[in-house]
Design a protein around this ligand. Structure first.
Ligand SMILES: Cc1cc2nc3c(=O)[nH]c(=O)nc-3n(C[C@H](O)[C@H](O)[C@H](O)COP(=O)(O)OP(=O)(O)OC[C@H]3O[C@@H](n4cnc5c(N)ncnc54)[C@H](O)[C@@H]3O)c2cc1C
Length: 360
C-alpha cells in the first residue's frame, strides 16, 4: 500500500511537468492593499475568513488589510468587534449594515465589493474558497471587469499564484496580468490558522461604517431569498474539523449511515460523504467531500466503504492521516491511506462503536 507521503512525493514530481505558466510583463512594484471579504456567524468571524487574512498577509510585508463584513443587526457588530482583533495585521474593519445583506444573495454582495473596491482602490480582493465566496467573487469580478483566480493554494508573489487543476492532479502557476484589482478565492486548508482565542484583544483595528448612500435599491437583481435550511447539529463544521469520518455508497441506506454519525459523535468528528452516498440520498449534499463538494484537510480522515475515486481524493488527499476501511484490497483509497484495513464496514464500525469510549 502506497503511503500518503509517497503519493504526495509523486504529485510533486508530476506537477512541474504539468505546470502551466501564463507569463506576461507585469511589474510587481504596484502598491499592495487588500480587501478581505469575511464571513461571520453567531457574532464571530468564521475561521475560513481568518485563513483568507493569512493569505492576504503572504502577498507582501507592507500590505494594509481591510476586512469587510456585511449583514444587519447586533450579530454583525459583535462579529466586527471580533474581527477587529482576529489578527494584528488587520488595519481596519469595514462594516456594511443593511437589510440588503441579511442573506448571502450574490448580487448585492458583489455590488458591495465593487463599491468598496472603487472607493478604497484595493489592489487585491480575497475571500475564502467556499460556496459563499465562489458565489459572490466572480460576480464582483464581472462588475470590476477583471478575471478572478479561484482556489489559490499558494501565493508566490503579489501576482503569482498556484492553484490545483485536473481535480488536484496538477498544479497550475498563474501570473495575474490584469490592469485592475486582482480577485482571489483561497483554499483555507492551504492557509491554516490556529483557533481564535475568545479573549484575544491584542491590536484592535478601527471599525468603520461603509457609506451605503450611493448603493441604490435595485441591487437584489434576479434572485430572491426563499429560506435557509441547515442540519441542526452540534457536530464540528466539516470544513474546519480536526477529525472527519466519511462514508460511501457501501453504507447502502440512510439508516445504515447513522453508524457513521454515531462514530463521528464518539470521536467529536464531522461527518463527510462521497457523492455516491449523497446522490443515493443517505445524507444531504453539504456533507459531500471532493472536487464538487468540500475540500478538507483534517488531522484525521476516516473513510468507510469509500472507493477513492479521483474526484473524492481531490477533497481530502491533504488530510494529515488517512484511515480507510474497504472490503476490496485493490480499492484506490488504499493508495493514499496511511492506515488501511481490508474488511467489512458492517463488522468494523459496530466493533469500533463498542470499543471506543464515549465522547472521545
Ligand atoms: C464531474 C464529477 C465530479 C465528482 N465529484 C465528486 C465529489 O466531489 N466527491 C465524490 O465523492 N465523488 C465525486 N464524483 C463521483 C466519483 O467519481 C465516484 O463515483 C464516487 O466518489 C464514488 O463514491 P463511493 O466511493 O461511495 O462509491 P463506489 O465507487 O461505489 O465505492 C464503494 C466502495 O465501497 C466498498 N464496499 C462495498 N461494500 C463494502 C462493505 N460492506 N465493507 C467495506 N467496503 C465496502 C467497495 O469495495 C467500493 O470500493 C464526481 C464525479 C464526476 C464525474
Amino acid at each position: 500500500m502506497a503511503s500518503v507521503a509517497a503519493l504526495r512525493a509523486l504529485r510533486k514530481r508530476i506537477s512541474p511537468s504539468f505546470t502551466s505558466r501564463i507569463i506576461a510583463s507585469t511589474s510587481n512594484s504596484r502598491s499592495i492593499s487588500t480587501l478581505v471579504l469575511a464571513e461571520h456567524q453567531g457574532g464571530a468571524i468564521k475561521p475560513q475568513s481568518v485563513s483568507a487574512v493569512k493569505a492576504a498577509k503572504s502577498l507582501s510585508n507592507d500590505n494594509p488589510i481591510s476586512l469587510l463584513l456585511a449583514g444587519s443587526g447586533s450579530a454583525l457588530h459583535e462579529a466586527a468587534a471580533n474581527a477587529a482583533s482576529c489578527d494584528p495585521s488587520v488595519s481596519e474593519v469595514l462594516v456594511a449594515d443593511s437589510d440588503e445583506f441579511s442573506h448571502p444573495l450574490a448580487e448585492p454582495w458583489a455590488k458591495l465589493i465593487h463599491l468598496v473596491q472603487q472607493k478604497g482602490g484595493y489592489s487585491h480582493v480575497i475571500t475564502a474558497s467556499g460556496s459563499f465566496g465562489k458565489n459572490i467573487l466572480p460576480r464582483a469580478a464581472a462588475l470590476l471587469d477583471v478575471s478572478p483566480i479561484t482556489d489559490v493554494i499558494e501565493i508566490s508573489d503579489p501576482h503569482l499564484f498556484v492553484r490545483p487543476i485536473y481535480a488536484g492532479n496538477a498544479l497550475c502557476t498563474v501570473r495575474y496580468t490584469g490592469a485592475g484589482p486582482c480577485l482571489l478565492t483561497v483554499r483555507s486548508t492551504s492557509f491554516p490558522v490556529p483557533p481564535i482565542l475568545a479573549d484575544s484583544k491584542s491590536n484592535e483595528a478601527p471599525i468603520t461604517q461603509v457609506d451605503l448612500s450611493t448603493f441604490g435599491e435595485d441591487s437584489v437583481g434576479k434572485s430572491r431569498y426563499v429560506k435557509h435550511t441547515s442540519q441542526d447539529t452540534e457536530r464540528p463544521d466539516l470544513g474546519n474539523a480536526r477529525v472527519v469520518v466519511s462514508g460511501g455508497r457501501a453504507l447502502k441506506s440512510a439508516e445504515n449511515f447513522k453508524m457513521i454519525e454515531k462514530l463521528a459523535e464518539k470521536l467529536g468528528a464531522a461527518v463527510g460523504a462521497t457523492r455516491a452516498a449523497v446522490d443515493a440520498g443517505y445524507v444531504p449534499n453539504d456533507l459531500q467531500v471532493g472536487q464538487t463538494g468540500k475540500i478538507v484537510a483534517p488531522e484525521l480522515y476516516m473513510a468507510f466503504g469509500v472507493s477513492g475515486a479521483i474526484q473524492h481524493l481531490a477533497g481530502m488527499r491533504d488530510s494529515k492521516v488517512i484511515v480507510a476501511v474497504n472490503k476490496d484490497a485493490e480499492a484506490p483509497i488504499f493508495q493514499v491511506a496511511d492506515y488501511g484495513l481490508v474488511g467489512d464496514i458492517f463488522e468494523v464500525i459496530p466493533e469500533l462503536l463498542e470499543k471506543l469510549p464515549e465522547n472521545k
